[in-house]
Design a protein. Structure first.
Length: 135
């Protein structure tokens, strides 16, 4: 993992984390979360107080949209935003998340890896509601 350089514009985070954190694509609970076609799952890590809830809108067995609610550090929020743009189009059975790969892409320190596993757990919990296990 690369260490982020402290830049006055981005703080202790790299430019990609700062961009994703500021834009937060996919952030927020969808208005239609209780309607058919949406699956939700949540996970938390009590030591860091990280909490992630993921909402998947499903069409034809594939993710049409991913929305998320997160209480966590900028790396966690940026990782959720990144996945919100990358997972749509994937089959429910193919929602593999690589927390170590996300950490490397975002320059997150090793100490934050557990927070990224929370995202994986929340996505898995949502996918399991469909009856299709996500490996």
């Amino acid at each position: 993992m690369t260490a982020a350089v402290h830049d006055p514009a981005t703080g202790p985070y790299g430019p990609e984390v700062a961009r994703l954190f500021a834009a937060a694509p996919g952030a927020g609970r969808p208005a239609a979360a209780e309607r058919a076609g949406w699956l939700s799952g949540a996970a938390r890590e009590p030591l860091s107080a990280t909490q992630v809830r993921v909402h998947l809108r499903v069409a034809g067995g594939r993710v049409a949209e991913l929305r998320y609610e997160v209480r966590g550090c900028p790396h966690t929020i940026a990782a959720c935003a990144l996945l919100a743009s990358e997972l749509p189009g994937r089959a429910l059975g193919d929602l593999k998340v690589d927390p170590a790969g996300l950490a490397a892409r975002l320059g997150a320190p090793a100490a934050k890896l557990g927070r990224l596993f929370v995202i994986e757990d929340a996505i898995r919990a949502a996918a399991l509601q469909s009856g299709i296990a996500s490996a």
